[in-house]
Design a protein around this ligand. Sequence first.
Ligand SMILES: [Zn+2]
Length: 467
Amino acid sequence: MSKIFTNTTIVTVDPGNTVYYGAALVVDGDSIEAIGPTNDILTKYPDGEVVNCEGKVLFPGLINCHAHITATLNRGITEDFGFPPDLGLPIQTQSLLSDEELTIMALLGALEAIKSGTTTPVQNGAGIATYAQELAKTGLRWIFAESGRDAMTPPGWRPGEDVHEFSDDLRQEVLQRINDIFSEWHGAEDGLITCFPSAALTETSSPELLRSIRDMAEKHDVGYTIHLAQSRLEIESMMRLRGIRPAFYLYKNEFLGERLFAAHCRYVDPSEIALLGQTKSIITHQPAMAANRGVIPPIPALRAAGSPIAMGTDNNTQDMVEVMRIGLVTERIMRDDGKNPQPEDILRETTMGGAHAVRKTTEIGSLEVGKKADLLIVNALQPHLVPTTRIVSSFIHNGQPQDIESVMVNGEFVMRNHKVLTIDEAQIVREADAIGKRAWNEVIKRYPNAGFPTSVAPSSRNQSIQG
Ligand SMILES: [Zn+2]
């Protein structure tokens, strides 16, 4: 039976940024069947399940183009020690987790994503197969961007440090792993899951790896991604070892272009900005994490040069509501301009911009007839949102994830009236808290001389961690 949301405000993000009032939206199967005045719609569709949305607002689902959901493990730690984090530990704490524990941390990220309005997350990482099955059950429209490197790096190597050697064997292993995830998951769950190949970092990618990743994306007609210019170390290392800046290294190896969405671009110089714009390379901007790192990427210049912009969270948190707000205020600070961007601009880059990056503009990114029913129901009758004179502005400036009552993906609720239907929230939160405390205590205990700069809460349960 179709579902009919009535008496509601609909923020469409269509080409004219239309907002409908007192309107109704009909979902039939996985798609939006009709939008119109409530009375007209009820006359035309007398048989659907009516959901009265008076006082509510429908928004398109948010698209997070750059997430590392298992990095929820680092919450409360790596936000505060720069990039790459200056923690003195010779290993990644994540390496202490069992597959089951890693899956719990992934589900924690997915849970936060749902509760803060993401309907399409791009999970970027190596070894997604470990927890892919559980992510598939969340009902989200996933992009699995399986990522890899063919650099030989010593233990304790941190992103941006010099890389001197690359390995054919490692490259074959990466390409095999990406092929495997395509075979198993590309198009799975009725098309809800899409796979993208990804090179991890410029400094850990040989020219051969870059070309293979791009070729694979072309073969499957999908996009591909990489981290680009995320730290000063990266720029310095590329200049030292290759004699060119990172974006020029990618250009030289035919990696830039319309299929690419490059994460961060925090330290690109004017020549790189022009190159990225000319090649129409897409930039995914993670303003909340960038702000934590003390940097505002040159988004206005990248946009003006011709690069489409999409938005993402990066590590630790998956809250796209916060991403939109920080994206708006940091760009205004950078431009010294209290009028630009407008909230509608930021919302567009977080919805249609994301849809463009994941190459699904005909399916998602706006609430229009014929598109997939990926939407949020926001309760606008809140002390921090009324008067709802200009709801997009109210929500971007003042909105909270808790205002999102329900989330629908592909015509199915994944959260309804604040209850996440596809993940056991209480259990995952409890377990993730225990896993995080145990892992961080274990790593500090193993490396007491590392100079770890802060103290952490004790383990809440005494279970073992696999090493
Ligand atoms: Zn990242």
